[in-house]
Design a protein around this ligand. Structure first.
Ligand code: SF4
Length: 125
């Protein structure tokens, strides 16, 4: 198209040379990878702070409660001692003294240190 017939608002766009196009594609891929990593970190951080609810299907299946003192001893005689709480369970991965912590049985969620479920296993040592 010659200059006389070009639309006045149209701009000439020079084609990218192949090496510049490759460099831009690499930058784009790196940006996407960085964004994906950042999103993953946000999800991990969220998972670390999401608290398990007693309404959760798996929590119900395992009779999990936030407060072990509310466990019906007649129904769950396996909770035979007041010491049997999440914080003394092998599967509890929370920091010592923290009110909530991760549990191997509930990935991505935190359980209450004073909670309990039927999978309780006393920590050894
Ligand atoms: S497995 Fe242990 S730490 Fe996890 S919810 Fe049950 S009693 Fe608590």
């Amino acid at each position: 198209m010659d200059k006389k017939h070009r639309h006045p608002g149209a701009k000439l766009v020079a084609p990218l040379d192949p090496s510049r196009r490759r460099a831009l594609m690499r930058l784009g891929a790196a940006g996407i990878a960085t964004a994906a990593l950042a999103a993953g970190r946000v999800r991990d951080a969220e998972a670390d702070t999401v608290r398990l609810t007693e309404d959760d299907a798996q929590a119900k299946a395992l009779a999990y409660v936030h407060d072990a003192t509310t466990v019906d001893g007649a129904r769950y005689p396996q909770r035979s001692s007041a010491d049997m709480v999440c914080s003394s369970c092998q599967l509890f991965k929370g920091e010592a003294g923290s009110a909530w912590g991760k549990c191997t049985l509930f990935p991505g969620k935190q359980v209450n240190a004073d909670g309990w479920c039927i999978a309780y296993a006393a920590r050894q040592g």
